[in-house]
Design a protein around this ligand. Structure first.
Ligand SMILES: NC(=O)C1=CN([C@@H]2O[C@H](COP(=O)(O)OP(=O)(O)OC[C@H]3O[C@@H](n4cnc5c(N)ncnc54)[C@H](OP(=O)(O)O)[C@@H]3O)[C@@H](O)[C@H]2O)[C@H](O)CC1
Ligand code: K
Length: 505
């Protein structure tokens, strides 16, 4: 699914009006109708509805909702904020219709004191500003937003299209923004919804299709995309009936150290369950028995050192391996950094670089320039900051993420609720599978195993990154559904990987 900017959504709107064709007033009727239906499906008519309308088309949506809900027997009170701007043409049209049919529903808000006391079970609809937000909310309008937010503990707040005050494409940090429980947004995700810094504003996001013209949607390129099931199905390659174990590649995982062998075992298991043909694990001597006993399907090569992997550049022939994953539980010994440098100098194919291997890159940043093109780096936000520096907000971090992926010609998968996969061509894919149960030790090691396994099977790095992140999250969702987010562990993500292939694709 494409993520359009606010400007592109305006273009899509105009394109639909011109080419469907449909009048803007009818399109508003369709959009607001979807919101009214959503509300009716979730709240019975005995819930009083308080709609707060701005003077643009977002407010117009609120006016249409008011009329439709009143038609269906709801008690609706519709306050219109009287700030200076001229009301939009469609707002005026919809206001006249409401005035004619239900004049008693309407009242003006010129200050916070005009807002009535709400009955206990009231639902608040925020139709103040949508994608037309052009500057921060200030003065008494900010007072209205604060007043509504003050009701959050007592009343459900539903934002139409965007929580008012939230910018679709820019950071809204330290601005006045409605804190909704639900956001009903039209046609597509907005970038702002995917950033953790906005979680308190959007609540649960529900995307309602309003029939924007498919030609615009199909032919307009976007920088940001959401990896939806349609994209996943085009990436997934069913296995060849004539396959043998050589068909699906030989992967090497360089992982584990004294006290952190669990990371290597989790990665190895995940790599195998992701479908790799053959797997060799390179571990320090202390890891030999652990690996051999834990995972009989993997082969094992050991370092000369009892506790750390310091010499893998000497004892492995990189040409043997279709894909290499390095980092989980590796530790950050100077000797490991040296071995990593030799490996980067001799291996030309895309690798998966995670955890302590990333930490080594942040200590020796010149190594970043030796990473083979097309490699996949999988930092969490702290690792990202250590690698590339801090940013004032998450929109700036996304920009930095994309710049670095272009500059280094690698894929950078920044882990989070919506992991962002920045590609060397400038595109950024968001993943929306996964849940907070996955915020647990070992989850990242599992992802590294999956990605390495997919790379070894000849998925392109881009396909491996998108499919791997999606499978990892979906398996986590299945694990949480059966075990709870609290009780699930990273090992359970691996257990549900099979079901994720069977049910998710
Ligand atoms: N294609 C679709 O998705 C459809 C969307 N619809 C709805 O339309 C809105 C966008 O409507 P628009 O009229 O462009 O914008 P808004 O309603 O969000 O707000 C514009 C008015 O607000 C003023 N404004 C903006 N920021 C502030 C502020 N900080 N303080 C005060 N006033 C502000 C702005 O004034 P200007 O001076 O900037 O002109 C306007 O008066 C979209 O979100 C959907 O809800 C359609 O209904 C259907 C198709
Ligand atoms: K709104």
């Amino acid at each position: 699914m494409k993520i359009f900017s606010a400007a592109q959504i305006r273009e899509a709107d105009a394109f639909t009006i011109a080419h469907e064709p449909i009048s803007s007033a009818q399109l508003m009727e369709r959009a607001a109708g979807k919101c009214a239906t959503w509300l009716e499906e979730h709240y019975a008519p005995h819930y009083p509805v308080y709609i707060f309308c701005g003077k643009g088309n977002n407010g117009g949506d609120g006016l249409v909702m008011a009329r439709l809900l009143l038609d269906h027997g709801y008690k609706v009170s519709t306050g219109i904020l009287q700030y200076g701007a001229q009301a939009s043409a469609d707002h005026q049209l919809k206001l006249e219709a409401l005035q004619q049919q239900y004049p008693a529903s309407l009242y003006a808000i010129g200050d916070v004191s005009d807002i009535p006391t709400l009955p206990p079970d009231a639902i608040i609809i925020d139709a103040i500003f949508g994608t037309g937000m052009s500057r921060p909310i200030e003065g008494w309008l900010a007072g209205v937003v604060h007043h509504i937010n003050g009701q959050r503990g007592k009343h459900t707040i539903v934002a139409i299209d965007m929580p008012s005050g939230l910018r679709a494409d820019e950071s809204s940090v330290q601005q006045t923004v409605i804190q909704a429980h639900h956001t009903l947004s039209f046609e597509c995700y907005k970038l702002a919804f995917l950033l953790p810094e906005n979680a308190a504003y959007t609540g649960e996001v529900h995307i309602l299709p309003i029939g924007l013209h498919p030609d615009y949607i199909t032919h307009t390129p976007t920088r940001y995309l959401l990896a939806d099931p349609g994209i996943i199905q085009t990436i997934y390659q069913p296995r060849n009936p004539f396959a043998h174990k050589g068909t699906y590649g030989h992967a090497l995982l360089i992982a584990g150290s004294y006290g952190k062998m669990g990371a290597a075992v989790l990665s190895a298991r995940a790599c195998l369950r992701a479908g790799v043909g053959l797997l060799t694990c390179y571990v320090p001597q202390c890891g030999y028995n652990i690996m051999q006993l834990s995972e009989p399907c993997a082969m094992c090569v050991t370092d000369e050192d009892p506790h750390y992997s310091l010499h893998f550049h000497r004892s492995i022939n990189p040409a043997t391996y279709k894909a290499i994953g390095i980092g989980p539980g590796l530790d950050t010994q100077p000797g490991t950094a040296k071995a990593l440098e030799h490996l980067l100098d001799s291996y030309q194919q895309p690798m998966v670089i995670d955890a302590d291997a990333l930490n080594l890159l942040s200590v020796y940043p010149y190594l970043l320039y030796k990473i083979p093109a097309g490699s996949i780096l999988t930092p969490h936000p702290k690792e990202f900051e250590r690698l590339f520096g801090a940013t004032p907000n998450e929109v700036a971090r996304l920009e930095l993420l994309s710049q670095q992926a272009i500059k280094l010609q690698v894929y950078i998968l920044l882990k989070g609720r919506y992991s962002a996969i920045a590609c060397p061509d400038g595109a950024v894919y968001f993943n929306n599978t996964g849940n907070p149960g996955m915020a647990t030790g070992g989850s990242g090691d599992v992802l590294t195993g999956i990605l390495t396994g997919l790379l070894a099977q000849d998925y392109s790095p881009k396909a491996a990154a998108i499919l791997g992140a999606w499978l990892h999250g979906f398996a986590g969702d299945l694990a949480a559904a059966h075990l709870s987010q609290e009780a699930m562990t990273a090992a359970d993500i691996i257990q549900w990987l099979g079901k994720a292939f069977l049910e998710g694709i």
